[in-house]
Write a protein that binds this ligand. Structure first.
Ligand code: ASP
Length: 577
């Protein structure tokens, strides 16, 4: 193969040179005496012009051809192509391989169903936009390697076949052939191993790590995903976050040439929940939650009596167009969040309207008007009930309106740290205590006293980085004191027996000179989504699974031969029967 260069390496500077290119036929236009071919290679598209007299074999879309010809200036440049100013006047065209008609069009715009795209993923990946996502992904990884190695980090691999790790999701299990009845778990993250590497004296570790969590899938979730996993010794929270800000700066600069201004804003978990109803607030638009409980302290309305929280959001300029149907949809949304309903008030002709208005006294109306700065055509949505339901509901509604009303300026980035997370959270349904991050997160020194008395009061040294409303990463300072670690396990309801079986080796290690350590993990897939400007995680993973956790191309997961099951000592039972 005597290719001289990639397509987009050529420009006006090369006019007059003879080149040999190779690639796929993206488009062919036959004008009789002259044929135009768009030739696509990994770098992009260039136009080939085949004049009368040149021997042109039968070629169709997605055939692979090589072209030898002369670079020449086009009469009229095509502004949509990187190589739009030039064309190749072909001397020789040769077919290297033919192709069947493809089941999807190989272009950025596609109307193919996602399952078709996933079934023929190798063709889907040929689309330039799909390659651009992988380019961004690779540039992020290169920024990570370069920045972290400059900061004296070293990449260490940790096991894929391991014990269950505590990130709070369901494990993927792998049966052992050698030890029937025993299972490896695929790591939900390298958490325990990276902490052991700190005890092992590495001080600065990172890994582009594959992680596995058996959870219900969403637009931003896959069963196997990739983290930029990091751990350090001897840094306090400020030092560590500053170092991570340097990394983020480098990633944005390298991938999209965008300057992130540091230090990043820090917002407490409590402030985020109070004002945005979310621990990953999108602060690019201004709708905020307002505490209106005080206004309704004497309310006769049953739904407002003896409730933990009453909060409101104001959406400007939508009252007139808010139909009964829209209000019913909002109520349905409230039910999904476990609330009986919500109160919707329209402001029309400077008066409050809607079925809820009869429950409002004049005083309450006045107080709402002044506290919430209400204007004509505003929509006022009030929710009451448990704090942990009211805030997330209004958080979801502010997001819905923010998007629907186009309040988010495209191309803008909003980065911030959320800090001071509670160490534990209590399940709204069953009252059980679980770790907000994971059980190795260090409680704030001043809150240690609540470990015995009121653990849900404890705040932790945990932090998340939030970009445009996505949790792009998170981590914490870790517990490095054996007794505190044991106490935390106890609060989580783990018996001595459980601790020994699940984390015995880990707790043992803490006795041998454990350095204070801190770390975090960035979601590589989510970062790529944000920087590539797509809201579908499957776009940025070369071979993803669909929402049913199936790979339509390979057919995984699949049944296996009985012999394989026998080797593993496993029989498949229908437990429902
Ligand atoms: N292992 C954590 C996670 O996967 C990140 C960390 O604490 O470093 O979310």
């Amino acid at each position: 193969m005597k290719r001289t260069c990639f397509n987009t390496e050529l420009s006006e500077k090369n006019v007059g040179q003879e080149v040999t290119l190779i690639g796929w036929v993206s488009k062919k236009r036959n004008l009789g005496s002259i044929v135009f071919i768009d030739l696509r290679d990994r770098s992009g598209i260039i136009q080939i012009t085949v004049n009368e007299g040149v021997n042109l074999p039968d070629i169709r879309n997605e055939y692979i051809i090589t072209v030898t010809g002369t670079v020449s200036l086009k009469e009229k440049a095509n502004p949509n192509l990187k190589t739009g100013a030039i064309e190749i006047i072909a001397k020789e065209v040769e077919v290297i391989n033919t192709a069947k008609t493809t089941p999807l069009i190989i272009a950025d715009e596609t109307d193919a169903l996602e399952d078709t795209r996933l079934k023929y993923r190798y063709l889907d990946l040929r689309r330039p936009i799909m390659q651009s996502y992988q380019d961004i992904r690779y540039q992020i990884k290169m920024a990570v390697h370069e920045y972290l190695s400059k900061e004296h980090f070293i990449e260490v691999e940790t096991p894929i076949l391991t014990l269950s790790t505590p990130e709070g999701a369901r494990d993927y299990l792998v049966p052992s052939r050698v030890h029937h009845g025993k299972f490896y778990a695929l790591p939900q993250s390298p958490q325990i191993f990276k902490q052991l590497l700190m005890i092992g004296g590495f001080e600065r570790y990172y890994q582009i790590a594959r992680c596995f969590r058996d959870e219900d899938l969403r637009a931003d979730r896959q069963p196997d995903f990739t983290q930029i996993d990091i751990e350090t010794s001897f840094l306090d929270q400020d030092q560590f976050l500053t170092m991570m800000e340097g990394l983020i700066k480098e990633i944005f600069a390298r991938t999209i040439n965008y300057e992130v201004k540091t230090p990043l804003r820090r917002m407490s978990y409590q402030y985020a929940m109070d004002n945005y109803g979310s621990d990953k607030p999108d602060t690019r638009f201004d709708i905020k939650l307002n505490d209106v409980k005080e206004i309704f302290k004497n309310s006769e309305f049953g739904g407002f009596k003896d409730v933990e929280a009453i909060r409101a959001i104001v959406v400007n300029g939508v009252a007139h167009e808010t139909s009964r149907k829209v209000i019913d949809e909002l109520t349905l949304e409230a039910k999904k969040f476990g609330l009986g309903g919500l109160s919707v008030i329209k402001v029309e002709n400077n008066d409050f309207t809607g079925s809820f208005v009869k429950f409002l006294s004049e005083e309450e109306k006045e107080a709402l008007k002044t506290q919430l700065n209400i204007k004509d055509n505003d929509l006022l949505i009030i929710a009451a009930g448990k704090y942990n339901r009211v805030c997330p509901l209004l958080g979801a509604l502010r997001l819905k309106y923010g998007r629907q009303l186009g309040l988010i300026k495209p191309g803008t980035f909003d980065l911030l740290w959320i800090v001071d997370f509670p160490l534990f959270e209590r399940d709204v349904e069953n009252g059980q205590i679980t770790s907000t991050h994971h059980p190795f997160t260090r409680p704030r020194d001043e809150d240690l006293k609540y470990l015995d008395t009121d653990p849900t009061k404890i705040l932790s040294y945990a932090y998340d980085i939030v970009i445009n409303g996505y949790e792009a990463g998170g981590g914490s300072l870790r517990i490095y004191n054996q007794d505190v670690q044991k106490k935390v396990f106890e609060v989580l309801g783990l018996s001595d027996e459980d601790i020994k079986r699940k984390f015995g080796f880990f707790v043992d290690a803490f006795q041998y000179g454990t350095p204070p350590h801190a770390g975090m993990a960035f979601g590589l897939d989510r970062l790529t989504m944000i920087l590539g400007n797509t809201d579908n995680i499957r776009d940025v993973i070369a071979f993803p699974k669909n929402l049913a956790a199936v790979c339509p191309m390979s057919g995984a997961p699949n049944i296996v031969d009985n012999d394989q099951l026998k080797d593993l000592g496993i029989a498949v039972i229908d437990w429902e029967k």
